[in-house]
Design a protein around this ligand. Structure first.
Ligand SMILES: *Cc1c(COP(=O)(O)O)cnc(C)c1O
Length: 329
């Protein structure tokens, strides 16, 4: 099962009829039976999201910025020429699934959470390359621990000559195909003992794009938090939140600008961030055989502060900026 600690009982499914989303319902059936000619099998019309539900100290269940997942899934659906989801359907599915599986939400204090996976696929007989006539929207969930094994432990990454997405391709949306493309470079890095790969910008291979399926950030020697800006990066909600936390809660300067790999020693600390990765400190980046270390090979003080603030907000221990938390009652 990998990342999931166990399977849960209930999932939500909704379908389109004549291109319009219909109200869906919960089911205990883990299997989906669809036509062999479905677009998802051949042309990859598939998109996903990822968010988490957290239990607070007082036993509340809360979501972190789910409104941004809603906006992003519809950006992806537009890119795939699939019908956009109505807001009430998206939230009904998530809330119903969390409530139905509430016994599987890990309790406060374990560093665990309930990972929620919404996805949309194009289905139905469709042999020609064109958008599907029918779609499925489903949400399922699983309790999870940390994504990269070992908790807040600094990990080693290596750059790759492969790209996960092209400059004007689908890098900005969570299209399934991007992740199929990432499996081979990931496996090469793993074989060499690294935790994962650093993707460079596909046009020039001179700037840092992403850390596997997580965004990159660095802390310069004069304490500025920098994240790359690029057309092939998935716009991470975690990164957006870290930028806000750094600027408005920790009083740091922040910049979104190119991060040249040949100049990576401008950073004294670095990290990978995402819903699954949370904040994973980067111990080192190896590029063309040259190793650059960060945080003196450990978790640096600024990355630690960002992590503690973000995780404190997730679990309700630190007051969140307005609108970031949605309680599920
Ligand atoms: C999902 C994802 C991220 C992280 O995004 P969050 O919204 O923070 O979870 C980063 N990079 C890639 C490629 C992703 O798919």
């Amino acid at each position: 099962m990998g990342y999931a600690l166990k399977e849960t009982e209930f999932r939500y499914r909704a379908y389109t009829e004549k291109g319009e989303w219909q109200k869906g319902s919960l089911t205990t059936n883990k299997n989906i039976s669809i036509h062999e000619g479905s677009n998802v099998f051949h042309y990859g019309q598939a998109l996903f999201e990822g968010l988490k539900a957290y239990k607070t100290k007082t036993g509340k269940t809360q979501l972190f910025r789910p409104d941004l997942n809603f906006i992003r899934i519809n950006e992806g659906l537009r890119r795939l020429v699939a019908p956009e989801l109505p807001e009430d359907l998206f939230f009904e599915a998530i809330i119903e699934v969390v409530k139905a599986n509430q016994d599987d939400i890990p309790e406060y204090g374990k560093g665990q959470s309930l990972y929620i996976r919404p996805f949309v696929i194009g289905q139905g007989m469709n042999l020609g390359v064109k958008p599907s006539d029918e779609y499925l929207f489903s949400v399922f969930c699983a309790p999870v621990g940390t994504y990269f094994a070992g908790g807040l432990q600094a990990l080693e990454f290596v750059t790759t000559d492969y790209d996960r997405a092209s400059a004007n391709g689908t890098g900005q949306v969570k299209v399934a195909g991007n992740y199929a493309a990432s499996l081979y470079p990931r496996s090469l890095a793993k074989k060499e003992g690294y935790a994962g790969v650093i993707y460079l910008d596909p046009l020039t291979h001179s700037k840092i794009d992403e850390v596997g399926a997580a965004n990159f950030f660095g802390i310069t020697h004069d304490n500025v938090l920098v994240t790359p800006r690029s057309s092939s990066i998935l716009p991470s909600i975690t990164k957006k939140s870290i930028l806000y936390i750094a600027e408005h809660m920790l009083g740091m300067k922040v910049e979104e600008r190119p991060c040249f790999i040949d100049n990576v020693d401008e950073f004294k600390e670095a990290g990978a961030c995402g819903t699954a990765a949370i904040i994973t400190p980067i111990k080192s980046i190896t590029h063309k055989g040259k190793v650059t270390q960060f945080g003196e090979g450990n978790v640096g003080p600024t990355v630690k502060k960002l992590y503690d603030t973000l995780v404190g907000i997730y679990y309700g221990d630190i007051e969140a900026p307005e609108g970031w938390i949605q309680e599920i009652k």
